[in-house]
Design a binder for this molecule. Structure first.
Ligand code: IPM
Ligand code: MG
Length: 354
């Protein structure tokens, strides 16, 4: 098949990890007879430096016209003092909103080869851990009105959700649970927040349409605790933008390394935005030691969800697993007795196994 992919390498380690992911996707194209074209654009700090804004209208339009978008990471100390309206992160939020990718899939699985990197006690992770965190991505306090009082001593951030926003996200969650282990946990703070009460009512109403899915409701503070006490109880978790941001970092820590974690952001139709969940890691940029696997695995999700290439997606995931089996590790996942490799070598090793 033919596909046009926009790449947004972003800042600091972004370009390094992106090169490896593109290398692997090109190898997939060659092996399976596809024609992928890659068009690189600027996002975040790189875009601020070139155009004065973290996301230009042209870049957003190009992303909306492409078959899929693969992103590296944005932000870093260089832009810490720019005005809030043009911060690198603003570009990320604007592209999510502009592409209307409201469903953020953040899978949490412990690669058996990396079980030693999980900070939880072995008896806690004896049962398999395979959680899909489905985070709402274009609403909530992230996109509400913000203000500061005239004397600058009081600040307000508005949290808002509509039934329609909750419903479209929850439906994806129910459908996903049906294809997995049939369990859906909706996480909110309905004991305090009106948005959460609306969220819970909406999920409760929808649940009648999915009798085969076992639904539970959990307050976010308890969910944060349950994730480390008994993570195997979770299958699909649906939650809002803010809670999902926090719980997905927690789940990444459980999986052992932030560097391994891919994500997919989907809207209606097949268009999607794919990115590793880690940040731009300014401290290790330019040293060829970043872990490209989160971006490479995001590439696999791109093939699966936007291009419908399941076999090719699985081939990337299998190649990553084989590289780990063979004992190769970037420094962030290194342990005694393994072979330490850099970012470029890690990309080569995965590509070779496709
Ligand atoms: C994430 C990040 C972003 C978010 C930041 C960089 C704006 O933490 O993708 O989880 O909060 O969504
Ligand atoms: Mg985050």
């Amino acid at each position: 098949m033919e596909a046009r992919i926009i790449t947004l390498p972003g800042d600091y380690i972004g370009p390094e990890i992106m090169r490896e992911a593109v290398k692997v996707l090109k190898r997939v194209a060659q092996k399976y007879g596809h024609s992928f074209t890659f068009e690189e654009r600027l996002l975040g700090g790189a875009s601020i430096d070139a155009y004065g804004v973290p996301l230009t209208d042209e870049t957003l339009a190009a992303c909306n016209a492409a078959d899929a978008v693969l992103m590296g990471s944005v932000g870093g100390p260089k832009w810490d003092n720019v005005p809030a309206a043009v911060r690198p992160e603003k570009g990320l939020l604007a592209i999510r909103k502009g592409m209307q990718v409201y469903a953020n899939l953040r899978p949490c699985r412990i690669h058996p080869q990396l079980a030693g990197a999980c900070p939880l006690r072995p008896d806690i992770i004896r049962e398999p851990i395979d959680i899909m965190i489905l985070r709402e991505l274009t609403g909530d306090i992230y996109f509400g009105k913000r203000s500061r009082s005239e004397d600058r001593t009081q600040a307000t951030d508005e949290m808002a959700y509509s039934v329609a926003e909750v419903e479209r996200l929850a439906r994806i969650g129910f459908e996903m649970a049906k294809k997995r282990r049939g369990k859906l946990c909706s996480v909110d703070k309905a004991n305090v927040l009106e948005c959460s009460r609306l969220w819970r009512e909406t999920v409760q109403r929808l649940s009648a349409e999915y009798p085969e899915v076992e639904v539970s409701y959990m307050y976010v503070d308890n969910a944060a605790m349950q994730l480390i006490l008994r993570p195997s109880q979770f299958d699909v978790i649906i939650t809002g933008n803010l809670f999902g941001d926090i719980l997905s970092d927690e789940s990444a820590a459980i999986a052992g390394s932030l560097g391994m974690m891919p994500s997919a952001s989907l809207g209606d139709g097949t268009r999607g935005l794919y990115e590793p969940i880690h940040g731009s890691a300014p401290d290790i940029a330019g040293k060829d030691i970043a872990n490209p696997l989160g971006t490479i695995l995001s590439g696999a999700l791109l093939l699966r969800h936007s291009l419908g290439l399941e076999q090719e997606a699985a081939a990337i995931e299998k190649a990553v697993s084989e590289v780990l089996d063979a004992g190769f590790r970037t420094p962030d996942i290194y342990s005694e007795g393994k072979e330490k490799v850099g970012c470029i070598r890690m990309g080569d090793l995965v590509a070779e196994r496709i």
